[in-house]
Every structure is written in structure tokens, then in C-alpha cells.
Design a protein around this ligand. Sequence first.
Ligand code: IVH
Length: 705
Amino acid sequence: MADPTRVDELSEDEAAAELARLAETLLAANTAYHGQDAPTLSDADYDALKQRNLAIEARFPDLKRADSPSEQVGAAPADGFSKVHHAVRMLSLGNAFETEDVAEFDRSVRKYLGLGAEAALPYTAEPKIDGLSLSLRYENGRLVQAATRGDGAVGENVTANARTIDDIPTTLQGAPDILEVRGEVYMSHADFESLNARQEAAGKSPFANPRNAAAGSLRQLDAEITRARPLRFFAYAWGEVSAPLADTQQAAIQRLGDLGFTVNDLTALCDGPEEMIAHYAMIEQRRATLGYDIDGVVYKVNDLALQARLGFRSTTPRWAIAHKFPAELAWTRLERIEIQVGRTGALSPVARLQPVTVGGVVVSNATLHNEDYIAGRGAKSEEIRGGKDIREGDWVQVYRAGDVIPKVADVDLDKRPADSKPYDFPDTCPECGSPAPREPGDAVRRCSGGLICPAQVVEKLKHFVSRAAFDIEGLGAKQVEQFYRDCWIKEPADIFTLKKRYGSGMQQLKNREGWGDKSAANLFAAIEEKRRIPLNRVIFALGIRHVGESSANLLARHYGSWSVFHGAMTSASPDSDAWNDLLGIDGVGEVMAQSLVTAFELGPERDAIDRLAAHLSVQDAARPDTSSSPVAGKTVVFTGTLEKMTRAEAKARAEALGAKVAGSVSSKTDLLVAGPGAGSKARKAAELGIETLDEDGWLAMIDGL
Ligand code: IVH
């Protein structure tokens, strides 16, 4: 969203419609986050929508809805737990995102209290823990009730679960008769990682982040499950109290610490915005090494009498604010650089990081691309990151964009250890010791070991069984690694003799750890099923460099059968007829052609291919029947929204009918298929006089083919 608070161009009707949409979206997001522990929006997106909602309501106060998201905290409690009415509502916090918002917060507090700019007004500043809040009620020193926040007024009774958490005392000495202690339940990074490892070993899906793991663990109907989960608790606030804890926030927290609660030791007293921001910067720097997730810093007016005067707005206190960290970026230490060897021998450097949460996901690896990238140079030898290189031990800023592998955005040279040295990129393969030269014009070094390199072999095997290749159920990357390690499978052909070798006799698959009668039989059946396999899948599965899924499709369609393909590849030495025919395929260039020919030259790689083929019955590719296809050989472009098929489907269908599908309109385009919303491409096609059909016209044209 550009600037969520820009609402000046909205008409009243638009504003009303948008408020309705926001109420619906935010309610759904709230339910997913609080009720089902499965967030649908990132925190940053959620905050932006909430801000927008507030901005629209501020401009059109009359349009504020009865179910306005700004009036809601969290979500109504889930069924299954009994309900608890909070004696004092559990509220949320207003947010500050910019430094300027902190000064504005201080000004608004002063204004409300009628304090001048010079009057002393200290605040506490402490980490905002990213977990879930819990209210613990003690009566006469005994824990009688624990409740989640729920919607702020009514939460869930999780008393039995809370009793299993070590940080939560069940009895207190010297506490007021009634004391409600509030704080955050969370899970440390280390505990989260080991919990997820256990989950995966048990075949359960891992938690997305420590917050979800904590919420999922606390909200278990069976408290024994909670007991087995490593939860922790920080106390930072209170609800009903029969006698005041202290005069100041700081002293009250100290008192909770003395009563036996864990309080956060990064809490500081600040005398104004400048010190608050300095403390925020300090906490942000330490974020990665805390060992648990925080998503900002909370500032609270220290004087409790002033807190009482300030009171609350509908859902947030006037005396506190959360200063959030910017989204999706985090600083952490790069512990080591490791080199991974891929299926084509490429040496890929990977940063092993001290785990840090970036946008709700714990990140412990980031890609470093290649040698030049580490040295601070881009693809055209230009400087990147201002020419800063990346070293082991460096303090680095990592980011995630979408679902991509995390990357390193920046390096803090001020924090570079004095004895650090530039990273020395290996020129031999770390897995097999073969030379790893860098060809001119290539950004990566490659292991020259081929099939003697165990890393290349195992990666090739993983590729072979991957979804777009053989896709054998029950035989994934993990199983392939184990079978390779134990020498059960050394090359693809071995997969098809697995049953003969381990289906009966001394050593049997069903006796291996993690396997049984049923799973072994299922795997053998799944393998049998894949002996019959389409040509395009086999070509892709071979893992030949530069031959991706769509090239494999092109090759399969061109050659039609395994024997024709094999014959062509083995006789296609440069300048032969077979070579020229191969290069004649639209989409095959010299680099790919050379790579194919090399794979089929006499030698160990070709032998392995032939051994594999002996086990298969390769299905011929459906070659487009050019005699009846009106689009064979034509170049088609799809644009706009297609309603009866996906873009991928449309493309595959057109290609199957012998058409070439292009992405843009040019004089070479024969046909444009334009759905609703078609823009510049449709205009260009009209200018060039290119035949244009709508989706139905296209379907009618290819009907029955
Ligand atoms: S004070 C009346 N302090 O953040 C406000 N809240 O976004 C009482 N949180 O509901 C909350 N760390 O779950 C406070 N140090 C901290 C916090 C903290 C995390 C959570 C809490 C609250 C939410 C608001």
C-alpha cells in the first residue's frame, strides 16, 4: 500500500465501501491470527490496513461502523475453553512507526496533562515481546485463574495450561490479596527450533514462527501437551489489584520481579523522546541475539498517577505506545559461509546466520549468490552495497521479499571484528576436492568432478524424483539422501531395482527405521507406476544443465519418442544435420545444444542414462497434429483476464496444438486472444492489424481439437 493514511481523494461513498471491506478483511485476519494461530496477513500489512481504517474514520467520523475494527482487540474466544470476563479489560497498544511519531506521542501526553515542554516526564522503554498476552489472577497469593486476551473483555480460561509454565509462580509471598499479573507467553528461538524438529520427526507440520508455536501450545485443551512445550512468560503489566503495587511503572515492575516473575532486563527509564529513541536503537541492535522474538519497543509514562489521569481511549491507553520495528529487515551475525554444491556442480555460497525473525519467519540461512556478490560486485562488475564485501563474523542486515530465499542487504562495517579477513572463495570442490574453475563469462565456479562428486550425484537424484520429474510418492529429498548415504541408490536406474534388492531377502526396506510393511509396499508400487512415463518428464529428470521444464517440453514435442531423441543427441556433433535440426527448434540455443550433446557423449553420464532407459517404457510425446490444427506454427499472445482457464492452461493447450505462445505483441504475432482488461497489447494488435479473438472465440476456434 502506498501511504495508507492518504484519504483526501476518497469520496464519501468510496470511504463507506472501503470501511466495509476493511471491517471484513480485518475481522478475518483477526480470527485467523488469534483464533486459529495461523496468520493470513503479515504484521506490516495488518498494521497498514488498521492505519488506513483509522485514517478514513478520522476524515469521515459519521461513517464509523458499529463493527469498526478500531473498536476491537484480538478475536472472540475459541470454543472449547470456558470463558473468562476480565475484571479490567486487556487492551492493545497504539503504534508508532517513525521517530517523529515518538515525539508526537510525548507532545500529546503533555497536552492532555497540561504539562509544558520543560516539565519532567519520564517514560519506561522495554522490548515488545512477540507472543500472546496472558492475565494471571492471584487471590491470597494463589494462582486461581489464567486467561488469554480474547477480544479484550472475554478471554479463554487456560489455567491448567498456565500452571505448566515454569516462569509462572503458582503461589506468591507478600502480594496484594487480589493481583492480576499480565504479560506475554512466548517461545525462545532455540526451543522453537527443537520443537519444530520434533514435530517434523513425528510427521507433523512445523510451526511458522515462535509466536504461532507459543499460541498453539498454550491453547491446547489437553494441558499435558502444553507441559511438554517449552513456554516462557515475561510480566510487564497488571489488571485488578487490591492495593497499588508502587508509585511508578518502573517500581511496579521491580515489585513483580521481587514476587518471583521474570521481568525483562532491557527495561530502561528515559527522560524524553531522545533517550527513548536511543534505547529503541539499542534494543533493535540486540534484537538478533536476544534469543526470542520482539517486534518493537513499548514506551509507558512512568508515573502511575499520571497514567491514571491519562486513562484509555476505546482500545488503547493514552499513556503507552508501541514503537514498531520496520518490517521484513533484521540485523544479525553471519556466523559462517558454507559452500553448497548443486546438481550441475555450481558452488553456491550460503550464509549461516544467527537465527533472527524476519517478517514472522525465523531465518538462519541467506543466499550469497556467488564469489563476486560476496566481494561487493554485481553481475556487470559494478559495485553493490557501496562495494562492501561480506565476511564471516560480520553483522549483516537480512531481508525477505515475498517467499524468496532471504538475502543480505547490508553489512555494518563498524561492527566488523578487527581480525576479520576477506572471504577466500574455494577453487576446489569442498565435497570431492576436484578443481572448481570459473569459465569466462560465468558468474559461478563449478566442480569439475561430475559423477565422482557425491554432492552433484545426490542433488541430481533429488532433482530426478522432484515433482516436475518422476514425482515418486514416498521418495522425496530426505529419503533419497538416506538411500544414497547407505549406497542403496547411487544413480536413477537403482530406483527401479530397489524392490528386487530390498523387497525380500536379508536386508529389507520394511525393516529400515521409519519404514514398515505398508510404507515399503507403497513405495515399491509408486516406483512401478512410474516405469511408464512421458518423454518430457524423462528429459527434464535427467538434470542436464540448461534444460529446464519448458525446454524439456520443446524437445519432447520436437522428437516425439525416446529413441528418436536419443538417436539425435548421440549423433548431434556440431555442424552435423542432427545438430542443425536441434538448433532449429525455437527456444534451443547453442549453449543448451552443447550441454545436451555433452551429456550424451560416450562416458559415465551416457552409461547411466542408458541404464535408466532400460527400466522405462517412455511414452511418446503427443506431437501437434498440424493437419487439423488451425494454429499450428502460429504465434499467439494471450492478454487480459481469462475466465474459463488459467494462463498456464491456455499456454499449454495452444502449444499442444502446435502454436508458439509469446509474451508481447509484435509484427510476428499471428493472433491475439484478449480477455477483459486487455490494454496496450490489444491496442498494439489493432494498430498492426493482427487478428484478435476473445476467450470464447478462441475456444470455438480450437473446439474439439
Ligand atoms: S503493555 C494496556 N508491554 O503487545 C496495555 N504490552 O500490541 C498493556 N506486548 O496486548 C500492554 N510486550 O500482548 C505491554 N512490554 C510490553 C509488551 C506488550 C508485548 C503485547 C501485549 C499487548 C500487545 C499490544
